[in-house]
Ligand binder design. Structure first.
Ligand SMILES: *Cc1c(COP(=O)(O)O)cnc(C)c1O
Length: 395
């Protein structure tokens, strides 16, 4: 069957919430995806910062196949070995205390919000707490996560959302201070804003936010769903700032393709927030998901992924900087590690993304005017060179 027929059939049956690109992907190998027609795409999107290991990693695939033959799902009423292993590894690499596994990023955010509210409730017995979130943030599409997503366009049709959310400007400490009240129970921000246009937090900003939080017993929730798991050159981006969150959210590369997320609490928050009966999930952290997480941590270790990101990302930055110098319509580069954005001025980003796809290159946009590069973390310098060639051909 040809691409056209698959696309037509999908459009017949699938709710139209995405304007999909006219490509039917079929398989992947390394940093390339292949469509049903046999055309290959160099993948600098990684399924939106998910597939960190590259496609077709045999050890990862074998671990999943093994777990499928053992048991896929048990519910959270019972223990299983992959749960212990995955949670232990996430605790170790984050230096935090307790993990709750979810099925997605948005659910990790929901859990983080509930944990923060419960913490504040236990402290003062009130239930009217506020959360400060950032403009241009993205935390997911469920009502809770959407409520802390600073994008009015995403929110508009779904009001009324969760109450008690105030917005401040990212990297503007005064605007955060202006929103703090006696009711503030948490601040939530991405350490590096992703969908909003690839904005890393300024160190002074994040440190300032942390100081306010400590002073007023406000919990700091750092959303590491996109920027975590090695992408910026450390296990989690906040580890480069000397600022520890009280709650961290993970997903995307955590399972490298198996749908899994997590919220992770430090000891202070874990000891005084959610207890049995407060939160749950049927699938979350099931044996298959946890086997994936556990194997991802092992492979990151054996393949020295974090070190590799540190080594290869300066080259990507240099090549992107050269593009910005060369083309008038590219006006800035921002980012950290293998999470990079290039600002496009006076041309629709979507057009470049589409043209790149025609030329066998997958890149993403972030917001209306940023080209986003979030490749598998295993890319080499020659993959970067090939990406630049295909991208320039698309301008
Ligand atoms: C993708 C993303 C989410 C939402 O994750 P889903 O798995 O799509 O629900 C939340 N926060 C950030 C920073 C993200 O990039």
């Amino acid at each position: 069957m040809g691409s056209k027929e698959y696309m037509e059939r999908a459009e017949q049956a699938v709710l139209h919430t995405y304007n999909r690109f006219p490509v039917v992907l079929d398989r992947g190998e390394g940093v390339y995806l292949e469509d049903v027609e046999g055309k290959k795409y160099l993948d600098f999107g990684a399924g939106i910062a998910v597939f960190a290991l590259g496609y077709g990693n045999q050890e990862y695939n074998d671990a999943l196949k093994h777990q499928i033959d053992q048991v896929i799902h048990t519910s959270n009423l019972y223990y299983h070995a992959p749960l212990a292993e995955a949670a232990e590894k996430l605790v170790e690499k984050s230096g935090m205390d307790k993990v709750f596994f979810t099925n997605s990023g948005t659910e990790a955010i929901e859990g983080a919000i509930k944990a923060a509210r419960k913490y504040a409730f236990l402290r003062d017995g009130k239930a009217d707490h506020e959360i400060i979130a950032m403009n241009h943030s993205f935390h997911g599409r469920s009502i809770g996560a959407l409520s802390v997503t600073g994008n009015p366009h995403y929110q508009e049709a779904f009001q009324p959302l969760m109450g008690g959310v105030k917005f401040a400007d990212f990297n503007d400490l005064d605007s955060v201070k202006a929103q703090v009240t006696d009711k503030t129970c948490a601040m939530i921000l991405e350490t590096v804003q992703g969908e909003g246009g690839i904005y890393p937090a300024d160190p002074e900003f994040l440190q300032g936010v942390k100081e306010i939080c400590e002073e007023k017993d406000i919990l700091l929730i750092l959303d590491e769903i996109q920027c975590g798991m090695g992408r910026t050159g450390s296990w989690f981006a906040w580890q480069q700032y000397g600022v520890e969150p009280d709650i961290m959210t993970c997903a995307k590369a955590l399972g490298c393709g198996i749908p899994v997320g997590a919220f992770v609490l430090n000891e202070k928050t874990a000891k005084a927030s959610l207890v049995p009966g407060d939160h749950g999930t049927t699938y979350g952290g099931n044996p298959l998901a946890c086997a994936a997480v556990s194997k991802v941590f092992d492979l990151f270790e054996s393949m020295q992924i974090v070190e590799h990101v540190q080594q290869v990302s300066p080259y990507l930055e240099k090549k992107l900087d050269e593009l910005v110098d060369k083309y008038d319509f590219l006006t800035a580069r921002r980012g950290k590690g293998l999470m990079q954005g290039v600002v496009v001025t006076g041309r629709p980003v979507g057009q470049i993304v589409s043209k790149a796809l025609e030329n066998g290159l997958i890149v993403l946009n972030a917001g209306a005017d940023v080209l986003r590069f979030v490749p598998p973390l295993v890319i080499t310098e020659s993959d970067v060179d090939e990406m630049i060639r295909r991208l320039e051909a698309s301008f």
